[in-house]
Write a protein that binds this ligand. Structure first.
Ligand SMILES: Nc1nc2c(ncn2[C@@H]2O[C@H](COP(=O)(O)O[C@H]3[C@@H](O)[C@H](n4cnc5c(=O)[nH]c(N)nc54)O[C@@H]3COP(=O)(O)O)[C@@H](O)[C@H]2O)c(=O)[nH]1
Length: 714
């Protein structure tokens, strides 16, 4: 083989092993040579393609361009072309190739064809396309996003920002590029904070920041950002997004306001008060300072609601809230717990003088008249005060103790303030223990009913008995109703207890009648809560039916204060009871405050002068005057009057002289158990009589001497 043949053979081997396609096209544009790589690129066998036109191998969208480029080479217009085009493949798809084409010819014949290479660049083209698409997508997103995309240099200068910044902050993109990021921050230190955090953490999530718009409005934003490092790991820039969260923040604030504030007055509610109290306690502990809680309850607020309506009540509460706010410093908290209960938290208190001064101011301000619907309304307030660290160390106990002290203030006649004392706490604990015992006592029926006679000193007849409950505790002995009735009232236990008293009393009086005694009337105490029991009337009907007692022998003793509390509903209940023929008496008369107008309209039969006046009637001119006035008033309202707690002959004489004919008290007899009462009735069988309403006995007999008092009868 000649050297030339060897060289040709070498070229042929190289061309056949090449991954690029080597080709030749003749002057008519027909493939005249293709190396084996053709089949690898297009999938068509070389033999099948040779002799076919170049243009038939080109993917149709590129055919015209490829053909015209080829012709420019064939006509010698350009010495070489290099272009990307797509070739058809056997699968019906296409592949991108980079085509290099140079003319070739023979001496004397000019250009007879084109030769060159086709390099498969499909992968590169697809990658470029994907990149282009990504860039396009990014560009679209970048200009449409709501959030603001930003890049900043490590020195804090804005190097890129999306056009959305104009909508969010009012600055154009070009106005911001090159500006310090801190310029946008309401607090410029926050820019440094973000940078520092990113250097430490690499990423920042939901960092809240206030940014200032071009016109100065501050908006709440959330920033998500990350640190970008170069290939050597050196911090390069900060990239991130800013989202305007002003609306969300405002909504959150509104929700927080609703959750932590009282809607009517706008004052902090119980939850917020607790939060503030806990914070104040932590501060007070740290700085060894005192703080005080004032628990306020408006006295007789219910009356305002009942008489002027709920809208007026609401306005009054708003006015009270405003006045309370004016009593305290900015750092203090005035909260409304609900209803007519308010709390004032005083921080940084030096000694008990400070809360006392505020309490005095509150009492004074709230005792001034409020103008409601053109009317002057007067109210007063009861205030209880507890102090840290003297009365309690935690929020709940402080609040509880201030509440207890407030109750004490109410007990002491309202319109005053009281400091919490350990004694109050002990009482509360005792009360708690008593409640548990009381529940058990009801289950185990540890109660007895005692009866105390009531005498008419004019006719010297025994006109009735009052039923008085007694609790004989297996360990503690006799417990006074004065102790357990209020607990039964507060806990709702008065309901079963009251029903038991009523049933036992009615059954007993009916039993005496069945035993042949002339009938006596029985007085049964109905406590305030019992009186408001919705099914009270049905319960009384049921018991009267069950025991067979005629309603005229039952007298219900109702406390003055409760009757006056809700005059409209009181009147309705009293009417219901009255039509049944039940007698109605106002107990403890003189201790509450009665409206004569109501008294006149309530279907009341009798008033019972409270024993506290009777006790001092012969020694206190005031009490004597009160008793005299009550008797006179009862006379003018045509009500019977009975004095309770008569203990001495002098008291009896005084009462009789003033025209009070009915009496009850130790002077006649102490309350006694039913069997003893039976013997008492037996002893006074001749004097048993129910006075007939409307038929008053001869008043001349009122001059009876004291020695005719019933206990001297026998
Ligand atoms: N809701 C109910 N309340 C009741 C019932 N039973 C009693 N009570 C109320 O408890 C309070 C204390 O009652 P009590 O200890 O029974 O005292 C009564 C009398 O024993 C007492 N009394 C009677 N005479 C005299 C006297 O001459 N001197 C004197 N120091 N005390 C006397 O007074 C109480 C009479 O109370 P009342 O007439 O009802 O005002 C008391 O408030 C009772 O009402 C019950 O079943 N249900």
């Amino acid at each position: 083989m000649s050297a030339r043949d060897e060289e040709q053979d070498r070229y042929r081997l190289l061309v056949e092993a090449a991954s690029d396609v080597f080709y030749q096209i003749d002057g008519d544009g027909v493939w005249i040579y293709l190396n084996p790589a053709w089949e690898e690129v297009t999938g068509f066998p070389v033999a099948a393609s040779l002799g076919s036109p170049f243009r038939d191998s080109v993917y149709p969208p590129d055919t015209a361009r490829a053909q015209s480029l080829l012709e420019t080479v064939l006509v010698g217009e350009v010495p070489c072309i290099k272009t990307d085009l797509r070739l058809k493949t056997a699968t019906g798809s296409y592949r991108w190739v980079e085509m290099v084409a140079r003319p070739f010819g023979r001496v004397g014949k000019g250009i007879t064809g084109v030769a060159g290479t086709l390099r498969d660049v499909t992968a590169k083209r697809l990658a470029e396309e994907a990149l282009r698409e990504n860039e396009e997508r990014y560009r679209r997103i970048f200009s449409n996003i709501q959030d603001v995309y930003f890049e900043s240099s490590m020195g804090g200068l804005i190097i890129e920002v999306s056009p959305s910044v104009e909508r969010a902050l009012g600055f154009r993109r070009d106005q911001l590029i090159g500006m310090p990021f801190g310029m946008l921050c309401d607090d410029p230190n926050q820019a440094a904070e973000i940078r520092k955090a990113l250097l430490q953490e690499e990423r920042l999530k939901d960092f809240e920041i206030n940014l200032r718009q071009r016109r100065g409005r501050v908006i709440a934003c959330s920033i998500n950002a990350s640190l970008v490092r170069d290939e050597k790991g050196k911090p390069l820039k900060l990239v991130g997004s800013i989202r305007d969260i002003t609306e969300r923040k405002e909504a959150e604030q509104e929700i927080r306001k609703l959750a932590y504030h009282d809607i009517l007055t706008g004052l902090p509610n119980r939850s917020l008060l607790r939060d503030r109290l806990q914070q104040a306690l932590a501060q007070a502990r740290r700085h060894k300072r005192a703080l005080a809680l004032l628990f306020l309850d408006l006295d007789r607020f219910k009356d305002v609601n009942d008489t002027l309506g709920h809208d007026a009540g609401d306005i009054l509460l708003q006015m009270v809230a405003a006045k309370l706010n004016s009593c305290v410093r900015q750092s203090d908290t005035v909260a409304r717990l609900g209803g007519d209960e308010f709390v004032i938290l005083l921080t940084a208190v030096k000694n008990e003088r400070d809360p006392a001064i505020v309490a005095e101011k509150v009492l004074r301000l709230l005792s001034e008249p409020f103008e409601l619907n053109g009317k002057e309304v007067f109210t007063s307030t009861s205030v209880g005060i507890s102090m840290f660290p003297y009365d309690a160390a935690d929020a709940d106990s402080l609040l509880k103790h201030a509440d207890m002290a407030m109750y004490e203030a109410k007990e002491k006649g309202r319109g005053n303030f009281q400091f919490f004392s350990e004694e109050m706490n002990r009482n509360a604990l005792d009360r708690n223990a008593l409640e548990h015992k009381l529940r058990r006592a009801i289950e185990e029926e540890q109660f007895e009913l005692y009866y105390q006679p009531q005498w008419d000193m004019h006719s010297r007849t025994l006109i009735g008995v009052e039923a008085l409950i007694r609790w004989r505790h297996p360990q503690d002995g006799l417990i006074s109703p004065g102790r357990f009735i209020p607990v039964a009232e507060d806990t709702g236990l008065i309901r079963p207890l009251g029903e038991w008293v009523l049933r036992t009393a009615c059954a007993q009086v009916r039993a005496w009648q069945d035993q042949g005694y002339p009938p006596v009337r029985v007085g049964v105490n109905i406590s305030g809560r019992q009186f408001r029991q919705p099914d009270l009337v049905e319960m009384i009907d049921r018991i009267l039916a069950e025991t067979g007692l005629d309603p005229c022998y039952l007298e219900l003793e109702l406390t003055e204060t409760y009757l006056m509390e809700d005059a409209r509903s009181t009147s309705r209940i009293l009417e219901f009871l009255k039509v049944r023929g039940v007698e109605l008496a106002i107990d403890d008369f003189g201790t509450g405050y009665s409206s004569l107008n109501y008294l006149k309209h309530f279907p009341i039969d009798r008033i019972k002068i409270d024993q506290s006046f009777v006790r001092e009637v012969t020694s206190s001119r005031d009490d004597a005057a009160i008793v005299e006035a009550i008797i006179a008033m009862a006379g003018s309202l045509e009500l019977d009057v009975i004095a309770e707690g008569v203990e001495t002959a002098q008291q009896l004489k005084f009462l009789k002289a003033k025209g009070c004919r009915e009496m009850q008290g130790y002077f006649f007899a102490r309350p006694m158990p039913a069997d003893e009462m039976s013997r008492y009735l037996e002893e006074h069988r001749e004097r048993l009589r129910i006075p007939r309403r409307g038929l008053k006995d001869d008043l001349s007999e009122l001059s009876l001497e004291v020695e005719y008092a019933p206990r001297l009868f026998h």
